[in-house]
Design a protein around this ligand. Structure first.
Ligand code: PRP
Ligand code: URA
Length: 215
């Protein structure tokens, strides 16, 4: 199976498909059921996807909630949260182009907000998202749903709903490729997929890095 490679000029990597299109769909279905159970239905639910890939995942999740509970209007209960200006590394890294923040007309005050993202890693994106939320309103409860939790947290943040817990080494990279955002990168035979990029140990640069040789 051909898997899209990432970053031509970086040390050699191998890419493996970890979740297929069907796996992703099943994970979202399970998360939707978990949300329904923990919220005892859909009353007061607002689903906010973190830009960029959290948004299409939030829309898919909301569609599944609507399928199960007709009283839930997916379109008017789903939005996007851009966290660019709330990052704690803004000074270090050049700012990326912010995406629009889209908040449902109902607002988020007193609501149960489910934040949705593709990957949970250090937790810094979610910290920024919580700051961004404060500027929008005061939810009753905030929950977190992620497609992949790859560990390596740097902050005391955990997800309430996880599609897949994926133990990784810190050298690896998890990429979520979705039909809505990654038309060119997706692996052959997959509409959507999650791939893990690992450094090739035989690559001289990697071998040197593993031995702690710095120059
Ligand atoms: O837990 P963290 O260490 O913050 O990592 C997780 C974040 O990293 C990725 O976003 P990225 O910053 O690459 O931006 P993108 O969504 O615009 O690709 C991913 O989509 C998560 O939002
Ligand atoms: O592996 C990682 C780490 C952070 N964000 C990602 O999307 N993937």
């Amino acid at each position: 199976m051909s898997v899209p490679e990432h970053g031509e000029s970086l040390p050699a990597t191998t890419s493996r498909v970890i979740l297929s299109t069907a796996d992703i769909d099943r994970a979202l279905t399970r998360i939707a059921h978990e949300i329904l159970e923990s919220n005892k239905g859909t009353a007061g639910l607002v689903i906010l996807g973190i830009a960029r890939r959290g948004y299409p995942l939030a829309q898919r999740l909301a569609a599944k909630l609507e399928q199960t509970d007709e009283s839930f209007d997916a379109r008017s209960s789903t939005g996007q949260l851009d966290i660019t200006m709330y990052r704690d590394d803004l000074r270090k890294n050049p700012a990326r182009t912010p995406q629009p923040t889209i908040i449902p007309d109902s607002g988020i005050d007193g609501r149960t907000v489910v934040l949705v993202d593709d990957v949970l890693f250090s937790g810094r994106t979610i910290r920024a998202a919580l700051d961004a939320l404060v500027d929008v309103g005061r939810p009753k409860v905030v929950r977190l749903a992620v497609l992949v939790d790859r560990g390596h947290r740097e902050l005391p943040i955990r997800a309430d709903h996880v599609g897949k817990n994926l133990p990784t080494s810190s050298q690896e990279k998890v990429r979520v490729l979705l039909r809505e955002s990654d038309l060119e990168e997706r692996a052959e035979n997959h509409e959507d997929c999650v791939v893990i990029d690992a450094l090739v140990a035989s690559d001289p640069d990697v071998a040197r890095a593993e031995k702690g040789v710095t120059s």
